[in-house]
Design a protein around this ligand. Structure first.
Ligand SMILES: C[S@@+](CC[C@H](N)C(=O)[O-])C[C@H]1O[C@@H](n2cnc3c(N)ncnc32)[C@H](O)[C@@H]1O
Length: 322
């Protein structure tokens, strides 16, 4: 496709935070490479941010390489595939810290990452899209279980960021996954270095696999991906957001009110519970600390919950959730 046509198309079609490209884009990328994205994603970011040179981790089927060729700008990519599909893609395991990223990464004003979606087991790279040795196969993030895979994706984000010149953009394309009923969002588990610039929603087309799996469930079909764009403000700074998972007991939470705690205890105890049992459930927890009158507070809260219809006073000293 001609450079001018690409620019015209992007300016006409990619005007809001929702990107929808029913057509993948002319002849960009190897169409047989599974898990590839629409060339309109890199084209949009390049044109919108006026990027002059692009680097890419997880270059895959060469989509971004082909877009850059048509836009007449330099491109440099890496992929684990031992036989890269384009000459400007080098073989590299992003998790191998003994290797530096190629020089093109230090010179590009846009870095793109379209990582594998760990845990999706109907797409495979090693032994399917390419044949590798045992080392490269074990480094294939697609084949890693969810937590290990997301950790690897986040390492790639940080490695890529460290190699960026200041002022450069980093754009990552991630999705949500539902596997055997379990929902996992790459976005909410993603490490985002740098200043956040934009989050775009990319509508997915032809996601028939989603329909096949979820037709009889109460789940929504996943028909979008996220494009998150960040910027490196300075050469030294690595500011980043790391999602962390915490689990705590509501009875120890500073953010839970007496209403929240007493109601949670009634729900947990199920059938009618004695006041002593309710006290027992709460006593060892932080909610009671520093409050010598906490039992009175529990009784007062029970009365209040009964008044508003959330609890029932079953008998003398006996309570249950309404
Ligand atoms: C989602 S695909 C990228 C597709 C690409 N955007 C395209 O349009 O063709 C992810 C790629 O990550 C590569 N990959 C998996 N683990 C890797 C690793 N440890 N280091 C580098 N690349 C890896 C796979 O070989 C695959 O090509």
């Amino acid at each position: 496709m001609k450079k001018e046509e690409i620019i015209k198309y992007v300016n006409e079609h990619a005007t809001s935070t929702i990107l929808s490209f029913p057509d993948r884009g002319s002849s960009w990328g190897s169409s047989s490479y599974r898990g590839n994205f629409s060339g309109w994603i890199p084209a949009t970011i390049i044109v919108r941010y006026g990027c002059k040179s692009v680097s890419e981790i997880f270059a895959g089927g060469g989509t971004t390489s082909d877009v850059c060729r048509d836009l007449e700008i330099p491109y440099c990519g890496i992929d684990l595939n031992p036989n890269p599909v384009r000459p400007d893609i080098s073989v590299m395991d992003i998790l191998d810290y003994t290797k530096d990223l190629p020089d093109g990464f230090y010179q590009s004003d846009l870095q793109i990452l379209h990582p594998p979606y760990p845990g999706i087991n109907d797409i495979h790279y090693s032994n399917h899209m390419w044949k590798g040795d045992s080392r490269s196969i074990s480094a294939d993030i697609q084949e890693m279980p969810w937590e290990k895979g997301m950790h690897a994706v986040n390492q790639a984000m940080m490695r890529g960021y460290a190699a960026m010149p200041k002022g450069a953009y980093q754009a990552v394309v991630v999705g949500d996954i539902r596997q055997k009923g379990i929902f996992r969002s790459m976005l909410t588990n993603l490490t985002l270095p740098g200043e956040q610039v934009q989050v775009l929603i990319k509508k997915q087309h032809n996601t028939s696999s989603g329909r096949k799996y979820y037709a009889n469930h109460k789940f929504f079909f996943i028909e979008h991906e996220y494009v998150v764009i960040t910027k490196k403000p300075s050469g030294y700074e690595i500011a980043f957001v790391v999602p962390q998972h915490h689990v705590m007991d509501i009875r120890d939470s500073k953010c839970a009110t007496w209403k929240d705690v007493v109601y949670a205890v009634l729900q947990q105890l199920g059938a009618s519970a004695s006041l002593d049992k309710i006290y027992e459930e709460i006593e060892p927890h932080k909610k009671t600390q520093g409050n010598p009158h906490w039992k009175a507070k529990v009784r007062q809260t029970l009365q209040m919950l009964a008044k508003t219809g959330s609890a029932t006073h079953v008998a003398y000293g006996k309570w249950c959730v309404a």
